[in-house]
Design a protein around this ligand. Structure first.
Ligand code: 13P
Length: 286
């Protein structure tokens, strides 16, 4: 059984200087592709679900087949809820069987963010589930959460230290200049701030907005303290494009064939990222 929380997974990654890839899946094929990619490289992996995906499938249905795939895998797999703004919903996912949740109170003032995150932290700790929380405002669009460029705001290092001191976080997501979705220009990453926050909080950092970042940016962020890297938009694009391309070139009405093409392209893209983040070999058993 390889179902894990993110706690030990990210502590080890941070200590060894690599990051665990966290990929937003949307269905059974994409989940299998992510886990298969990790297995091929003997790497730990985080499978994330957006709140919208959870609502689409229903909590118990989604978690039952996610757990089944994870439990059968020889590599460590964490099942993580991404960007949840609703305390009650996060608690339901903790009870339903996710091994990790992110509470996103970043739209709230500091004290309110802390209070709500603490409430989720208590439920998570009681259930042995790991927690990620956010500070500052990450730009771009992530499902229901949209932050205009002008509204995005880097996390303040002093606030970050105060926030992390109050909570037992497996991962901390400070806004450091990345954005969700497709980048319109070259992002301005606040590398110094990543280093300061990582060193002063001592918590493994989560790098959001992974789609479209250059390889060197990933390497630098990981070296400075990011132990979790989130990729969502890339998965969405490959998911749709691979299916459509297959159909456009083959014109057959045999659903299993485009599904197989979709699986393979998702697997290959995820494997490339896991390799780049340095996780290969760190999930080997025995
Ligand atoms: P992208 O959609 O830019 O890959 O960001 C993913 C993310 O950070 C999910 O929380």
């Amino acid at each position: 059984m390889a179902l894990e929380t993110m706690i030990e997974m990210l502590q080890i990654a941070r200590a060894q200087g690599y990051a665990v890839g966290a990929f937003n899946i949307v269905d059974y094929t994409s989940m299998r592709a992510v886990v298969r990619a990790a297995e091929g490289l003997a790497a730990p992996v985080i499978v994330q679900t957006s709140v919208r995906t959870v609502v689409y499938w229903g909590q118990s249905t989604l978690v039952s087949w996610m757990r089944e795939i994870a439990e059968e895998s020889p590599v460590p797999v964490a099942l993580h809820l991404d960007h949840c703004k609703d305390v009650a919903f996060a608690k339901q996912c903790i009870e339903a069987g996710w091994t990790s949740v992110m509470f996103d109170g970043s739209a709230e003032p500091f004290e309110k963010n802390l209070t709500h995150t603490r409430e989720v932290a208590e439920a998570a700790e009681a259930a042995g589930v790991s927690l990620e929380a956010e500070l500052g405002k990450i730009g771009g669009v992530e499902e229901e959460i949209a932050v205009a460029d002008a509204q995005s705001q880097l996390a303040d290092p002093e606030e970050a230290v105060a926030f992390c001191r109050e909570l037992k976080l497996a991962a901390f997501a400070p806004a450091i200049g990345t954005a969700h979705g497709v980048y319109k220009g070259k992002p301005k990453i606040a590398f110094e701030r990543i280093e300061t926050i990582a060193n002063q909080t001592g918590v493994p950092l989560a790098l959001h907005g992974g789609t479209g970042l250059e390889d060197d940016v990933f390497r630098k962020c990981i070296a400075l303290g990011c132990a979790k890297v989130n990729i969502s938009t890339q998965i969405k694009h490959v998911f749709i494009d691979s299916f459509v391309e297959y159909h456009n070139t083959h014109q057959e009405y045999e659903p299993l064939k485009p599904l197989a093409a979709q699986f393979e392209q998702l697997r290959a893209g995820v494997a490339e990222k896991i390799q780049l983040f340095g996780g290969a070999g760190w999930g080997a058993t025995g």
